[in-house]
Write a protein that binds this ligand. Structure first.
Ligand SMILES: *Cc1c(COP(=O)(O)O)cnc(C)c1O
Length: 362
């Protein structure tokens, strides 16, 4: 399969510097989008073609477009950071590209070549480089690549046409007022993913399924849901948009991948960053009972969640049917903050990139 090149058809009316600066002064998350987007088409028999950088704008879809009915959709999320010298770099885009291929396989969609995925992100970031916030804080430009089935018709089958799109949105610091722990509701009756299901694919359907559980967490006074495994309702999986880590002194543990956990790139990176800092980092099963008991006996000192959006978020209070406990003194723990700073420093170009994770665009 050949890699399509991306034809440049830039906007003749991008936002003015003043308008863009006003947005960058308080971007929030996912509310504003840059001047451009990249699109690439796939058609059965022809493969990937017609790559274009075009002005950001609505997609026109027939009401019978397959994705609107049967949710054949996958997505990714990655960030571009401004470096001290003013250049811009994305974090491990090749890892996102490979995960996008794995998600595509699970949803019977065509695999986009890794090079095309990375090139599409590069072209968009290069054209909208002015949208990457200044170096210094935790602001970034969030990239959202996604793919939808665009064949028109109500037949249930893998579509014969797809559209790959990359859009970009400036993202403010996740914790503008300083890092604050989240409270979580460990649901005993809602599940996110079942063995053999699509929990290890990054697809919108998993998020649609999570909204009711999220509302139940809110009703319990909690910020986020923690999902347990679907068979025994016992093994800790993830938060539905973030993976989990347990800190046992200088040993840090993340739930082992079972097929129903999404393999986070932040999770994977932290296994290595932790080793670099002298921790022992391991993947193991962790049960909800062990979590409660080890917190009570003091061996489990900190718990945190991780993902591209927030990087690392400390977990404060945990609530489940008939039990409630708090990690440490309810404040962000020292290992959590040390790992958070170490990873953010690599991403922002402040620390040596010894793993070759940063993809510098100039
Ligand atoms: C994206 C995602 C994560 C975090 O993955 P990162 O690559 O670290 O951003 C965790 N869980 C789910 C369900 C996700 O969709």
């Amino acid at each position: 399969m050949t890699t399509p090149t991306i034809e440049l058809k830039p906007s003749s009316s991008p936002l003015s510097d003043q308008e863009r600066d006003a947005i960058l002064a308080g971007p929030g998350f996912g509310r504003h989008f840059t001047d451009h987007m990249v699109t690439v088409k796939w058609t059965e028999g022809r493969g990937w073609h017609d790559g274009q950088l075009v002005p950001y704008g609505p997609l026109s879809l027939d009401p019978a477009t397959n994705v609107l009915h049967y949710a054949q959709e996958i997505f990714e999320g990655l960030k571009a950071y401004r470096r001290p010298d003013g250049s811009v770099a994305t974090f491990r885009p090749d890892a996102n590209a490979r995960r996008f291929q794995a998600s595509a396989r699970r949803l019977a969609m065509p695999e986009l070549p890794v090079e095309t995925f990375v090139e599409a992100c590069d072209v968009l970031v290069q054209h909208d480089k002015a949208w990457v916030p200044a170096h210094g804080g935790e602001e970034s430009l969030y990239l959202r690549p996604f793919m939808i089935a665009t064949e028109v018709g109500l037949g249930v089958k893998p579509a014969s046409e797809y559209l790959f799109v990359v859009i970009a949105s400036p993202a403010g610091a996740y914790f503008p007022g300083g890092v604050k722990p989240v409270s979580i509701w460990a649901s005993q009756d809602r599940v996110r993913a079942v063995p053999g299901g699509m929990g290890d694919a990054k697809t919108g359907g998993n998020y649609a399924a999570s909204l009711l559980a999220q509302a139940e967490a809110a009703a319990q006074g909690c910020d986020q849901v923690c999902y347990l495994d679907a068979v025994e309702h016992k093994w800790v999986e993830e938060l539905g948009g973030m993976n989990l880590y347990f800190v046992y002194g200088d040993r840090i543990v993340t739930p082992a991948l079972t097929g129903s956990i999404l393999e986070g790139i932040t999770r994977d990176s932290l296994l290595e960053v932790a080793r670099d800092l002298g921790y022992e980092s391991v993947e193991e099963r962790v049960s909800i009972d062990q979590w409660r008991e080890d917190t009570a006996n003091g061996t489990l000192t900190e718990v945190f969640a991780c993902g591209t959006a927030a990087v690392i978020t400390p977990v404060g209070t945990v609530k489940t049917d008939g039990a409630e406990w708090t990690q440490g003194n309810g404040e962000p723990g020292p290992a959590t903050m040390r790992l958070r700073d170490a990873l953010l420093d690599i991403q922002r170009g402040k620390a040596e990139d010894k793993h070759g994770w940063m993809h510098v665009l100039g």
